[in-house]
Ligand binder design. Sequence first.
Ligand SMILES: [Zn+2]
Length: 212
Amino acid sequence: MIFETRCAGCDKPGAAICTTCRFALLGATPRNQEHGVIAAVPFTGRARSVVLGLKYRNRRAVGRHLAGLIVNRLVAERAHHGIDVVTWAPTSARRRRERGFDQGELLARAVARQLGIPCRRLLERDSSTTQTGRSRAERLDAAPGFVVRPGVAGRSVLIVDDVVTTGSTLLSAAGALEGGGACTRLAAVASTPASRSASVLPFRKRMVSSAA
Ligand SMILES: [Zn+2]
């Protein structure tokens, strides 16, 4: 069987991401950043195709490229300094089984390599907050819970994900790490356009109180 390399964005045979799609991913900054997650590109058009392509084909090459977009954005925002360790918000065991890998982990490892800092698994899914059996609306409301591994106190942690919508997953992961005494910074490849129905959660520890 021959595995032909095709572009994750447009399906053209050749590179894992063709030159046209590569350029289409540059320079577009997502507008919706109320959730405080630093996102490299909007989750629309070719960027959306490439991010979805990460699931299905050439995931190492595509992952490296998408991680590079995150790193470029972090550097542009001067947000790459002072990070001790990179981690991810683990996907559910079921989704991991379906895909055979965890996209967040793949991206976190590639980002860490490019930044020259370690990547560690610092979070586990809290199995008491399983999503199974809930309605779609309930699932959208309920962010997954995470349990933090010991030893994060005083560390500055970058949490990496593929797509941010409401930010609830990343904020839930950040809450767990901050509960363990870490500082957090959140980054994603892509951000969905602002949705009126999406509730944006406030930051916990980092929120500055205006009730002075
Ligand atoms: Zn392409």
